[in-house]
Design a protein around this ligand. Structure first.
Ligand SMILES: C[S@@+](CC[C@H](N)C(=O)[O-])C[C@H]1O[C@@H](n2cnc3c(N)ncnc32)[C@H](O)[C@@H]1O
Length: 311
């Protein structure tokens, strides 16, 4: 989740589009208006071209892997009206593309999303497949928990990765849990994933987990105040980690000591808080896991360290 100050001008309307006869022309146009309006990217794609291509294909209800020849196919008047409407919502209203299409992807996994949840974009997509290598040989994950589950996306990735695991998914927000329930059902994981409405672990029955995973709210409050409009449309509860970003993380680590198996792991995604985390939790000697883009924003803590830790 990349935060930056919002300084972009807000256009009152889209320029005229009467001449735009093909999807190719609409994409060129979209890239131009994205740049002029200074739209923030990073929720759905990292370039204006990729996001616009996705949004416009979805609006036309054409497959995302359509033959490139469709780009030059003449569009019907109703299709052009639909494209103009969706671009107005994205550019003028600054609505995130995923809230317009009602879907988001982590790798090949699709999730239902709407304004009740943050749009999934977690680095855990690349880290979850590597977690088993950090457990002692022969240990199989049979109990896992996703604290701060939002849309349920990471609980679902955990259930796919560890097919014998029962997974608990916790969130304080009833709205987020309603969306998570849609996704758990959509992925046919109702028998293996249990949703809990809880403030961190407070309302969750005591169970011992092999794996405690969380992508909690970790942005310092002042950063949230300054986010671009698209990110402000996501629930503040999903982003705001208090004055220094560490509010939920502190509580989670203290409570995790009573719930982690002696061979278990805690893994936390913390955005730009590496330095603050290393300072605050010095004695835990956090292990930062490499990510492909070099952000290294996920840390791992083995149970032996956590269980000896004196906060
Ligand atoms: C950064 S979002 C992560 C959502 C999801 N795991 C993902 O990666 O897309 C953090 C989530 O934590 C939830 N949350 C905030 N405070 C919480 C608390 N005290 N206890 C449990 N969940 C909380 C929010 O409602 C939000 O859904």
């Amino acid at each position: 989740m990349k935060a930056r100050r919002d300084k972009s001008p807000r256009p009152a309307a889209l320029p005229v589009t009467a001449q735009l006869a093909t999807l190719r022309a609409w994409i060129v146009f979209a890239e131009k208006v994205y740049a002029q309006a200074g739209l923030a990217l990073g929720q759905v794609a990292t370039t204006a071209h990729d996001e616009a291509l996705y949004l416009l294909l979805r609006t036309l209800d054409w497959p995302l892997d359509s033959d490139p020849a469709v780009l030059d196919q003449p569009l019907a008047p109703a299709q052009r009206i639909a494209l103009r409407k969706v671009l107005h919502q994205r550019v003028v209203d600054r609505t995130p593309a995923a809230y317009l299409t009602r879907e988001a992807f982590l790798g090949d996994h699709a999730f239902y999303v709407d304004e009740r949840v943050i749009i999934p974009r977690s680095y855990f997509l690349e880290i979850i497949p590597l977690l088993a290598a950090h457990l002692p040989a022969g240990v199989e994950v049979t109990r896992a928990v996703d604290v701060c589950t939002g849309s349920g996306c990471l609980a679902i990735l955990l259930a796919h990765q560890f097919p014998r695991a029962k997974v608990d998914a916790i969130d304080l927000s009833p709205d987020a849990l309603a969306v998570a329930a849609i996704n758990v059902k959509g992925h046919r994981l109702g028998r293996r994933i249990t949703l809990h409405g809880s403030d961190v672990f407070a309302q969750v029955p005591k169970v011992t987990y092999d794996l405690i995973l969380s992508n909690p709210p970790y942005e310092p409050s002042a950063v949230c105040d300054d986010l671009p409009e698209e990110f402000k449309q996501e629930p503040r509860l999903a982003l705001d980690g208090g004055a220094d970003g560490l509010d939920i993380i502190r509580r989670l680590l203290v409570q995790a000591r009573e719930r982690l198996a002696p061979h278990g792991l805690v893994v936390l995604e913390v955005g730009a808080l590496q330095k603050a985390m290393n300072r605050e939790f010095k004695t835990l000697k956090l292990q930062w896991l490499p990510t492909i883009d070099g952000s290294h924003c996920i840390c791992l803590i083995h149970a032996d360290r956590l269980l000896r830790w004196k906060p």
